[in-house]
Design a protein around this ligand. Structure first.
Ligand code: GLP
Length: 246
């Protein structure tokens, strides 16, 4: 793993932006699968600025997303809402393709939606997979215990994940979503390059575990140590337990 440790959240965001910029400048047909969440708010701001300032041409880039809540599409916490409010509605240039999982389908159509998205992923091998880390080191919505061969599925969120969602989106406990359709490790690990970023003290233990725990499903992010091309960008606080890697 290539590890970059920077001082602040803003430095981390800029380094993440640079990874995307490098890919798009060198491969105008890039396929990028991204996550959402507080970790990447700053990166999306840098991306919007670059695209609207004509520094980055994404007209041939394909964007897709890692996961989506089982919820109405326009719920304030949905991945659909995040991606539109923080990226797609703000950029002047449209990407070649945008793919999002639809978590609003009725229960009896969830398998169809999973099949539809699997085909999209098959047709769009990812050059870059962007990942955040749960406080329990989960990836996407693959919580501890999910088998490493898992492919796209409906996952139940752990309590710590539900609490993070409540706090990030300022939700009442009863409106918090508890299930997501998420890409599994199978599709995540197919990407040529994986970017994983983390910021703040609340991620320090998960970051430590990503590097030092045994590689097994109890620590989802440990699987990243088996991928040949991972870039890990951390701010000082998230890296604070790493000691020897500094
Ligand atoms: C959530 C999402 C992930 C996200 C992660 C980190 O549970 N399902 O896709 O990457 O947690 O979120 P944050 O960046 O807000 O800490």
């Amino acid at each position: 793993m290539e590890v970059i440790i920077v001082d602040t959240y803003d430095d981390m965001s800029y380094e993440c932006y640079k990874v995307v910029e490098h890919l798009v400048l060198n491969n105008r047909n890039a396929s990028i699968n991204t996550t959402t969440g507080a970790t990447y708010d700053g990166m999306f701001e840098y991306l919007v600025e670059a695209i609207n300032g004509y520094k980055l041409d994404i007209s041939n880039t394909v964007f897709s997303n890692l996961d989506e809540y089982i919820s109405p599409r326009d719920a304030k916490f949905s991945v659909y809402t995040y991606m539109h409010n923080k990226f797609y509605n703000l950029i002047k240039m449209k990407p070649l393709e945008i793919h999002l999982i639809d978590g609003s389908v009725s229960k009896d159509r969830i398998q169809d939606e999973i099949d539809r998205y699997s085909k999209i992923l098959e047709n769009n091998p990812r050059d870059l997979q962007i990942l955040g880390l749960g406080t329990n080191a989960h990836l996407g919505a693959n919580e501890p215990g999910t088998a490493f061969h898992q492919d796209i599925f409906v996952a139940n969120s752990h309590q710590s994940t539900i609490e993070s969602t409540i706090s990030y989106h300022n939700l009442e406990a009863e409106e918090a979503p508890s299930q997501m359709i998420t890409m599994g490790y199978k599709e995540i690990m197919e990407a040529k390059t994986i970017l994983v970023a983390a910021s703040g003290k609340r991620k320090a233990q998960a970051v430590y575990d990503m590097f030092h725990a045994d590689i097994n499903p109890e620590t989802p992010a440990s699987i990243l140590r088996t991928h040949p091309n991972v870039i890990c960008i951390l701010d000082k606080e998230a890296a604070s337990l790493l000691g020897e890697l500094k």
